[in-house]
Design a protein around this ligand. Sequence first.
Ligand SMILES: [Zn+2]
Length: 119
Amino acid sequence: MTEEFIQTHSESELICPRCGSVHIQKRNFGKKAGGTIGTVAGVTAGAASAMGGAELGAAVGAIGGPLGFALGSLAGAILGGLMGGAAGCSVGTSLGEVVDNKVLDNYHCTTCDFSFSVR
Ligand SMILES: [Zn+2]
């Protein structure tokens, strides 16, 4: 059960709109989901750039012969994937935070089990 609630206090002064309790938890559903989705999206995008990384790595590694070629491809691909994942996670977390603050009922009263949002 949720209700829209308008309040102007800063976060540290939050009180429950139903029972007046100060025991308020921030749920951060969007932030967590955003981080996960962002990581997946980032790894996917990273995998695409990993192909470029593999090519670059292979070109550099080719100087060292067949083994260098293989290692260079691998290193380039891994770096591309990791960087994409990290960037995606941070973007997703930021987006999720916006969703938490603007869209979801992100606050939860631990005294009376009431959920509400602050705008
Ligand atoms: Zn309450």
